[in-house]
Design a protein around this ligand. Structure first.
Ligand SMILES: Nc1ncnc2c1ncn2[C@@H]1O[C@H](COP(=O)(O)OP(=O)(O)OP(=O)(O)O)[C@@H](O)[C@H]1O
Ligand SMILES: [Mg+2]
Length: 451
């Protein structure tokens, strides 16, 4: 249990309070339950400030350098000192720059703590997503297991708080979402932030960082960004009353395994991140890491108590693909109107899963044991590709109509032509992720492990 420091009450004469435009209140510095937490009571009747000889925790640093005096300007400047020292403490406990915090503090009587919150928010503003955050769990098609794991991690502690407490469960600090590109990891993170906002009746917000984007060539800058983000999360939770979702995409790029092969600065990123994860109870942030390469992330981050759940986000099954296509074509200008929705969806599905669409061969074994297996287009299908086919089909119909000066709408043949384009573009590209998945499937079918 962290020791709670209780500073002596700070009191300012009521007469001076109106002059300085402040009200009797309690000010908390730091986060309850964490080291350094201080509770300061601003009260009427007791003289506060160095000029008044106050020796409270916040006044003490100034009291040795300032003389007495009771004049109005002295009182004003001592109160200024007091405000500054308070802000310094709050900034220090939140880990943000004091100068920045003071520059954000308004003269409109706002509390120093909310000034610190605003300053911290400014620091991370470019990573903050507030728009386009109205994603529901069901918007992510398929992936039932991943959805169930996320619902349990995010909703259960809040919706079934009593039962949760009965079993002495502690809320999860974070999860890892991994799996092939374009299958819904980012969508899930947006849904998580949306749900957290909704559960607390607030607008959803998400800090979203791309691993490579915050990797700085300057020593210590990436670590500072990591600290800034978590410092903001601590203030955010206090200001809003609910946790901030922190989403780190391509997490392997900044938090790779410290195995001697990664650059030395990566070890320091990981250390800064681990320190923040370990202090997470205080902030109540919910961390989502996403990657296509879970094996490349430092194992210490993934151990229980940090990113407790590792959730695989899979490629769509054929049924899920049908749903994504059908949602995509719903409302689109189809040649036969929406009555043709099923026919268009079926045409796209049949084209994607056709056994005649082969991107190349995958060879397993060596010499006379070598076998070649066709890598079908179906093996690389992902949600983004399915959504994209709708746009491609629209483009094909548009170009045709433009040339002919007519308005015909999307026909099943346009959808097949769009899949032809996708197949052509993907031949010759690197599909190592899909190839690895395929090799594993072959191994399972053969009852052995294929490397
Ligand atoms: N399961 C899904 N259901 C519905 N739409 C999906 C699904 N998966 C992907 N999409 C569509 O593809 C787009 C890209 O998905 P998303 O960004 O979530 O993929 P990702 O797994 O994060 O990929 P990456 O690893 O490349 O970051 C989404 O905006 C959505 O339109
Ligand atoms: Mg993504």
């Amino acid at each position: 249990m962290a020791k709670k420091h209780k500073a002596p009450p700070l009191k300012i004469p009521r007469s001076q309070m109106s002059k300085f435009d402040i009200k009797p209140s309690k000010i908390m510095i730091g986060t309850p339950g964490t080291p350094g937490f201080t509770e300061v009571r601003l009260d009427a009747e007791q003289v506060h400030g160095p000029a008044a000889g106050c020796t409270c925790e916040l006044c003490r640093p100034q009291s040795s350098t300032r003389g007495g005096g009771d004049g109005g300007s002295d009182r004003r400047s001592s109160y200024e000192e007091f405000r500054r020292s308070m802000l310094r403490e709050i900034s220090r406990s939140a880990g943000i720059s004091f100068e920045l915090a003071i520059s954000r503090e308004g003269s409109d009587g706002q509390s120093a703590e909310s000034a610190a919150y605003r300053a911290a928010r400014k620091q991370v503003e470019k990573y903050l997503l507030t728009a386009e955050l109205d994603v529901a769990w069901d918007d992510v098609v398929g992936n039932e297991a991943a959805r169930a794991a996320l619902v349990e991690a995010i909703e259960a502690p809040r919706l079934h708080a009593e039962l949760y407490a009965h079993y002495g469960q502690r809320p999860l600090k974070g999860v890892l979402l991994y799996g092939p590109p374009g299958c819904g990891k980012t969508m899930f993170a947006r849904a998580a932030a949306s749900v957290i906002g909704r559960l607390h009746g607030k607008a959803a917000e998400l800090v979203k960082i791309n691993g490579p984007e915050i990797q700085s060539p300057y020593v210590g800058v990436t670590e500072q960004t990591i600290r800034d983000i978590f410092a903001f999360a601590r203030l955010y939770a206090k200001e809003k009353g609910h946790p901030l979702t922190i989403f780190i995409d391509e997490a392997d790029a900044i938090l790779p395994a410290r195995d001697g092969r990664s650059a030395p600065w990566h070890a320091s990123n990981v250390a800064a991140f681990l320190a923040e994860m370990d202090g997470l109870e205080a902030s109540g942030a919910f961390v989502i890491l996403a990657t296509n390469r879970p094996d490349a992330i430092d194992a210490a981050l993934l151990r229980d108590g940090r990113c407790d759940r590792k959730i695989r986000v899979e490629r769509p099954t054929r049924e899920a693909a049908r749903q994504i296509l059908s949602r995509g074509f719903a409302g689109a200008p189809l040649a036969g109107g929406q009555d043709e929705l099923e026919a268009v969806t079926d045409a796209a599905l049949a084209a994607f899963y056709s056994p005649s669409r082969v991107l190349g061969n995958v060879r397993t074994g060596r010499g006379k044991d070598a076998s070649d297996y066709p890598l079908h287009l179906a093996r690389i299908v992902n949600g983004a590709m399915l959504v994209g086919i709708v746009e491609r089909a629209k483009g094909i119909a548009f170009r045709r109509d433009l040339a002919a000066g007519v308005r015909t709408g999307i026909a099943p043949a346009d959808v097949v032509a769009a899949v032809d384009e996708v197949e052509r573009e993907n031949k010759g590209l690197d599909h190592s992720h899909a190839v690895m998945e395929f090799i594993q499937t072959i191994g399972e079918q053969l009852g052995e492990t294929v490397h």
